[in-house]
Design a protein around this ligand. Structure first.
Ligand SMILES: Nc1ncnc2c1ncn2[C@@H]1O[C@H](COP(=O)(O)OP(=O)(O)OP(=O)(O)O)[C@@H](O)[C@H]1O
Ligand SMILES: C[C@@](O)(CCO)CC(=O)[O-]
Ligand SMILES: [Mg+2]
Length: 404
C-alpha cells in the first residue's frame, strides 16, 4: 500500500515571534507544498525503515531491529495519543540520527530526521517502510517548511494507520475531516517541537487547516475575507534557524520583560486590526485603496516591532529599502534573521510606482539568467530571490491538506 500526502507552506501577515508569547497572529497558506509518500515494504525480507529526502539527495536507512532496541521501551505505537518526546527519548533518537553520518553542510536536517523518527515510531510503531519527501518550499526561509514537513508526514502516517477513517480504496485526493485534522495537527505540533524548540503552533495549524487564520494561545479562528491581495515574496537567501531566533527573543524578554511585554501587546493590536480590515467588505475601489494603505502601515509597524525584537537582518533591511523606493511596504515573514520578506503589491497604484512589480516579474521569468543581476541592483535582489508572485486571493487558495 502507498499513501501520498501534501501540506502547504505559509506566510505570516502579522504576529510572528509575539505569537510565541501569547499575542495574536495572522497567517495564510501559500500554494507551495511539501509532499510525502509512504510505502509499505514490498518484500518480506526487507526489514528496514528508509527515509529518502529526494531534493537533498539523501537516503537514510535503519534496521527495524536497531530501532526497536533503542525505542521499544516507549511502548509505541500510540497513534491516537499525541505525546511529547521526552528528553531521554530525544537522546535515543539523536543516537539513531548520528549513526547516519549526515554531511556537515546539511547537518540542519538532523532535527527534521529526528522529528521523522519520533512521528514514525509513535504512529506506526516498528514496521518496515519507505518514506520519500520532496518539497516546493525553501528550507529555513520563513515559509513554514518545518511545519509543512511535519503536517504532511503526520497525515501520511495517520492515513496508513487505522486511527483515522479514510476510504483506503479511494483513488485520487481526499480531504481529512475536522476531527482527524485535529489529531494530525497535534502530532505535527509534536514534530515541530523537535525542530523549533518552543513553537507557538501557528505554522502547523495554518498548514493543517488551510486558508487564512487568526491564531492566539493555541486556538485558531478562521478568517473570512473577500479581499484579494497581491503579495511579493522575496527570499534573501540568507540562511537561519527558527529555533535559535525564537530562543533569542525569549532571552531578550527575560532581560527586558516590561519593554518586550509592550512590544508584544502592540503586535497583538496590529494583528487584531489587520483581521478586521481583511474581513470588512470593500465596497468600491476607494475603500479598497484605503484598506490596502492601512494594511501597508500595519505591516510597516509590525516590521519595526520585529526589529525591536532583534530578528531583522541586513539582507531584510536591503529589501525594505529597495521596495520603499517604490513606495511599497514590506515586512519579514516567519522567524526573520534572513529568510523571506513580504511586500504588499497594491491593486490601485500608478504605473511608475508599480514598476518594481514589472521588474520583479521580469526577474522571476529570467531567474536563470545572470545578466540582469550584473546590470541592476534591484534585480540582483529579485533575480535569485523572487520565489513566486502570488495572485493572492483568499477565496482561491482554499487548499487544505489532501491525501492520495
Ligand atoms: N522537506 C524536508 N525534509 C527534511 N527536513 C525538513 C524538510 N523541511 C523542513 N525540514 C526541517 O526543518 C528545518 C527548517 O525549519 P525552520 O523552522 O528552521 O525553518 P522554516 O520552517 O522553513 O521557517 P519558519 O519556521 O520561519 O517558517 C530544516 O533544517 C529541517 O530540519
Ligand atoms: C517565529 C514564529 O513565530 C513563526 C515562525 O514561522 C515561531 C512560532 O510561532 O512557532
Ligand atoms: Mg519552521
Amino acid at each position: 500500500m502507498e499513501v501520498k500526502t501534501r501540506a502547504p507552506g505559509k506566510i505570516i501577515l502579522a504576529g510572528e515571534h509575539a505569537v510565541v508569547h501569547g499575542s495574536t497572529a495572522i497567517a495564510a497558506c501559500i500554494d507551495l507544498y511539501t509532499y510525502v509518500s509512504l510505502r509499505s515494504s514490498l518484500s518480506e525480507n526487507d526489514d528496514t525503515l528508509k527515509l529518502h529526502l529526494k531534493d537533498m539527495e539523501l537516503e537514510f536507512s535503519w534496521s527495524i531491529g536497531r530501532i526497536k532496541e533503542t525505542l521499544s521501551h516507549l511502548g509505541s505505537p500510540f497513534p491516537s495519543t499525541p505525546t511529547s518526546c521526552t528528553i531521554e527519548s530525544i537522546r535515543c533518537i539523536a543516537a539513531l540520527v548520528e549513526e547516519q553520518n549526515i554531511p556537515e553542510a546539511k547537518i540542519g536536517l538532523a532535527t527534521g530526521v529526528s522529528a521523522f523518527l519520533w512521528l514514525y515510531t509513535s504512529i506506526q510503531g516498528f514496521k518496515p517502510a519507505t518514506v520519500v519527501v520532496t518539497s516546493d518550499l525553501p528550507l529555513g526561509a520563513g515559509l513554514g517548511s518545518s511545519a509543512a514537513f511535519c503536517v504532511a508526514l503526520s497525515a501520511a502516517l495517520l492515513g496508513f494507520s487505522d486511527s483515522v477513517s479514510l476510504d483506503k480504496k479511494h483513488q485520487g485526493w481526499l480531504t481529512y475531516g475536522d476531527s482527524d485534522l485535529d489529531l494530525l495537527n497535534k502530532w505535527a505540533f509534536e514534530g515541530e517541537k523537535l525542530i523549533h524548540g518552543k513553537p507557538s503552533g501557528l505554522d502547523n495549524t495554518v498548514s493543517t487547516y488551510g486558508k487564512i487564520i487568526k491564531f492566539k494561545s493555541g486556538s485558531l479562528t478562521r478568517i473570512k475575507s473577500n479581499m484579494p491581495l497581491k503579495m511579493l515574496i522575496t527570499n534573501t537567501k540568507v540562511g537561519r534557524n527558527t529555533k535559535a531566533l525564537v530562543a533569542g527573543v525569549t532571552e531578550r524578554t527575560f532581560r527586558h520583560p516590561d519593554v518586550m511585554g509592550s512590544v508584544f501587546n502592540a503586535v497583538d493590536s496590529i494583528s487584531k486590526e489587520l483581521s478586521v480590515i481583511l474581513e470588512s467588505p470593500a465596497l468600491d475601489d476607494l475603500s479598497k485603496t484605503e484598506k490596502e494603505e492601512k494594511l501597508e502601515e500595519l505591516m510597516e509597524m509590525n516590521q519595526g516591532l520585529l526589529q525591536c525584537m532583534g530578528v531583522s537582518h541586513a539582507s531584510i533591511e536591503t529589501v525594505l529599502r529597495t521596495t520603499l523606493k517604490y513606495k511599497l511596504a514590506s515586512k519579514l515573514t516567519g522567524a526573520g534573521g534572513g529568510g523571506c520578506v513580504l511586500t504588499l503589491l497594491p491593486s490601485c497604484r500608478n504605473s511608475k510606482e508599480m514598476s518594481v512589480n514589472q521588474q520583479s516579474e521580469n526577474a522571476y521569468r529570467n531567474s536563470h539568467s545572470t545578466c540582469l543581476c550584473k546590470h541592476s541592483h534591484l534585480c540582483s535582489i529579485f533575480l535569485y530571490s523572487v520565489l513566486c508572485l502570488l495572485d493572492y486571493n483568499y477565496q482561491c487558495y482554499q487548499e487544505q491538506l489532501l491525501i492520495k
